[in-house]
Design a protein around this ligand. Sequence first.
Ligand code: ADP
Length: 336
Amino acid sequence: MSDDDGKVRFALEVAGGGAENADGLLAAAKNAALAVDGVSAVAAVATAHSAGAAPAPSPAGGHANPLGVRKKPQIEQAAEAMAGVKHVIAIASGKGGVGKSTVAANLAVAMAAAGYKTGLLDADIYGPSLPTLFGLKDKARLRDGKIMPVEAHGVRAMSIGMLVDPDQALAWRGPMVMGALKQLMSDVDWGTLDVMLVDTPPGTGDAHLSLIQSKRLTGAVIVSTPQEMALADVRRGVALFRKTETPILGVIENMAWLETPDGARHYVFGKGGAARVAQELDAPFLGAVPLYPALREASDAGTPLAGSDHPAVKTFAQIADKIIAAIQGATGSTAE
Ligand code: ADP
């Protein structure tokens, strides 16, 4: 996949047998991509697919590899620390500002309210919003060398924004993004969870590739506004997840319409665009969330609407139900 500014990102699928050569192959593929006219930078990861058999364990220490066993990528090793987490779901969007973080936070609260042990990992390195959405002011606390997630609104949550100054993260490049994600996976005491939602940065970049490489994703949920500009990126996101065999659990249309007091619906960003794209891509449509001024106010105030009789609460509960059902469909297992 390539951006307008000539940056190319890709995931290299390496079959089980050739996995020990993954580094060499990756370097060669990167060089080949860099040699193409108009390409200014390349970011790539190798995802090794074992042909049926479980991957061989890495040798202790993870360096020498005389037997040719596959060395696990560091992010995959880091993700093993989350052994108590049953399902990890990436919440993704093509563009920023479509309400992905708001939707992720409210879905997490809805899942917790429905009785699922729920976590929310705010991995939006470039604009972490969990501290605002959940009204978290404190920095992360340590216990026994582990970072303690905060319990807020029934959800176990941690944000990259609680570990580093968000202004610093703006200039981060691929390896630093992966490093931060690794830390959020392996250094945080997530304990046991039925579902963990990961709020990813907008677009399809290093954080997504790292998550895919971690081999922990049960699936991805895409959030979009109905407008065509945002939808082009949805197609790109869906293509990335599909290529890496990450199930698309569904598409959510946010800011679908604004209802005025007279009951009229105004389709500010167009009508039904995300539902159409979901159908076109053969991905489940999970539902529409209208524009609710109260939702914006609650988000800014750090107090999710949960527990109130606001219609948004029911909408998020219904979408959360559908995601749980989609997890069961994708894995054949229950989220409970
Ligand atoms: P993203 O994570 O996609 O960048 P945010 O979740 O930060 O987007 O949302 C952007 C802004 O839109 C925030 O001010 C948020 O409160 C507001 N917002 C998101 N969804 C809705 C909605 N359905 N109704 C009203 N405001 C919303």
